[in-house]
Write a protein that binds this ligand. Structure first.
Ligand code: ZN
Length: 573
């Protein structure tokens, strides 16, 4: 995002009447402390929307906005700047002004004169800079990757042949792991994975070969099959990178390393386990540059945000995120911590693993071998005078009880619990051995969620669904104890046709669907009463206006953010 000097931003915001001088000053000091962009903090806090910020900025700088989502970019023009330069300079050539002959360039920072001059020289002509959002730039960058698939496969095939020839000459495993072809294969698999936005790379050993798959937006896709002969060398290469023992083949091993591509650093967590046909590896790609998202970006509507902000605004109590593995709970907890991360508070976490490195937050990694579990870690953190504590997960009575004690004694505790919906968290904690009156007293809010894939905006289309779908939706609503007549059902549905930007899947990126349960006085009373059971709790929460995940999903279907099939896919997880 464009990084304007504070003076300029102050001008923009004060003139637009968004803040007074002192609010702006508070934000400026905070941004300086966190070494973050002021605009990003304002956006993360929900004080200003991204779109409005870009409109104001473009106006103040006197440049047009690029809006690449609605423009067909000419590929020949795009390729006048090679991909690595485009990425490094954060600029995309997207058109040519017929009258003036100037190149239209979408830029993250259109007043960066050094880049303007550099690009003019490179293009051999004058340029007309436009202000681009991150989405604009990503659309441009994704166009480069069209031909990448082809190139990638060719490079890998060639490297495999080279490597097989080297093995035929009788090189050792260790030599071959450092040999160019194997290094090139691993490099290509990683960099192609990163540019495909993969979160995990799986190496599956089969009877007759090795299958490489990427997980993109939560779904595994086959990328390439490789001959089994080169697998040991690839495993050895990755073990060397992550400082694991290459002569150990019978025990599981975990490690990590940092990988750099085009100026971005990616932390890679490696897990190797022996299987019948060989060692299976899973690489998790954790983008180090990834920033916590705002509640809006997570997909939480305004009324939900209000509940969460109220709950985390207290100086005590617990806010719990719940859902199955991979449902985005941790991302939600990080977003909340980012909101709470202010100079006057001490935030300490115990996590497994630490997924983002947060400035001014003291993060402790669970390390069972060193005696750090969630419970023991939590006990130690309490001696560090924290205000806010984040415990990655509560999955046993010991951790649950320490967390409850902490939240009773003036700490705000954030954590996650593995349950399918929000109300179930309450009986789960009681099952773990927390007294009902304590559960009733400490919880502020429970956020249940799932991740759905977002429809690709490049190829979105509307359609009228088969009427059958309404029967299925109504049945689901009735199962949830919701009167279908009370829910407005849209007649128009949306889906992605599939295009280059989304690799033909029709989806790009993910967002959450949420169920936010506020623990009101009535809910507290119910928990400690003899009437308490899960059904009554659900009924009460619904009567108090809790929107179920499914209903939240339907709203997102109506707005064309995701498909009805996605909602059904995740809701049944
Ligand atoms: Zn698409």
């Amino acid at each position: 995002m464009i990084n304007l000097p504070a003076e300029k931003l102050r001008d923009i915001f004060l003139r637009a009447g968004i803040f007074d001088e002192s609010t702006f000053e508070t934000m400026r000091i905070e941004a300086e402390r966190k070494q973050q962009n002021i605009a990003e903090i304002l956006i993360a806090r929900g004080l200003i929307s991204k779109d409005y910020f870009f409109t104001l900025t473009a106006k103040a700088l006197g440049v047009p906005q690029a809006n690449l989502s609605f423009i067909k970019i000419d590929e020949a023009l795009l390729r006048m700047i090679p991909e690595d330069i485009a990425r490094k300079r954060r600029a995309i050539v997207f058109g040519k002004n017929e009258e003036t002959g100037q190149f239209k360039v979408a830029m993250e920072d259109p007043i960066d004169l050094e880049t303007v001059d550099f690009l003019a020289l490179k293009l051999g002509g004058q340029i007309e800079p436009y202000l681009a959002t991150e989405d604009d730039l990503n659309k441009g960058f994704s166009l480069y990757s069209e031909r990448l698939t082809q190139d990638f496969k060719t490079v890998i095939e060639n490297s495999i042949q080279d490597s097989l020839r080297a093995q035929a000459r009788g090189v050792t495993l260790e030599e071959s792991a450092k040999d160019l072809p194997i290094v090139a294969i691993v490099d290509n698999l990683l960099s192609y994975g990163i540019s495909s936005r993969a979160s995990d790379v799986h190496f599956e050993v089969l009877e007759d070969g090795v299958l490489v798959r990427y997980r993109v937006d939560g779904i595994l896709h086959e990328v390439i099959r490789m001959p089994k002969e080169i697998h040991p060398a690839i495993v050895a290469r990755i073990k060397i990178l992550s400082s694991l023992r290459i002569d150990e083949h019978t025990h599981p091993q975990d490690g990590r390393f940092r990988y750099e591509i085009g100026g971005t650093e990616v932390d890679i967590r490696v897990s190797v386990i022996p299987t019948f046909y060989g060692e299976k590896m899973v690489l998790r790609l954790l983008s180090a540059a990834q920033k916590p998202l705002s509640l809006t970006e997570l997909g939480i509507f305004d009324d939900g945000q209000k509940l969460i902000l109220e709950a985390v605004g207290k100086t005590y109590g617990m806010v719990l995120a719940c859902g199955p593995t991979g449902c985005g709970k941790t991302t939600t907890l990080y977003s909340i911590m980012n909101i709470l991360n202010r100079p006057e508070v001490n935030i300490v976490t115990v996590e497994d693993p630490i997924e983002y490195d947060m400035r001014y937050v003291n993060q402790v990694q669970v390390n069972v071998a060193a005696g750090i579990t969630f419970a023991s870690g939590l006990r130690s953190i309490l001696r560090q005078d924290p205000n806010i504590i984040m415990v990655g997960e509560i999955r046993d009575g010991e951790t649950a009880n320490i967390a409850v004690q902490a939240s009773l004694t003036g700490h705000l505790v954030l954590s996650s619990v593995h349950t399918n919906d929000a109300p179930t968290v309450i009986p789960r904690l009681i099952d773990m051995g927390v007294q009902p009156f304590l559960v009733s007293a400490v919880i502020n809010d429970i956020i249940a969620q799932r991740l759905v894939r977002k429809i690709c905006l490049e190829c979105i289309e509307s359609y009228t669904p088969d009427p059958q779908i309404y029967t299925v939706i109504e049945r689901e609503l009735r199962d949830l104890d919701v009167d279908p007549k009370a829910v407005r059902l849209t007649k128009t549905f949306y889906r992605g046709k599939g295009c280059d930007a989304c690799a033909g899947t029709g989806f790009l990126g993910r967002m959450g669907i949420f169920e936010i349960m506020n623990i009101s006085e009535a809910v507290r009373k119910l928990i400690i009463s003899s009437e308490f059971n899960l059904d009554n709790l659900r009924k009460l929460a619904r009567a108090e206006g809790m929107t179920t995940m499914f209903e939240d999903g339907l709203k997102k279907v109506e707005r064309g953010l995701t498909t009805i099939e996605e909602i059904f896919r995740v809701i049944r997880e």
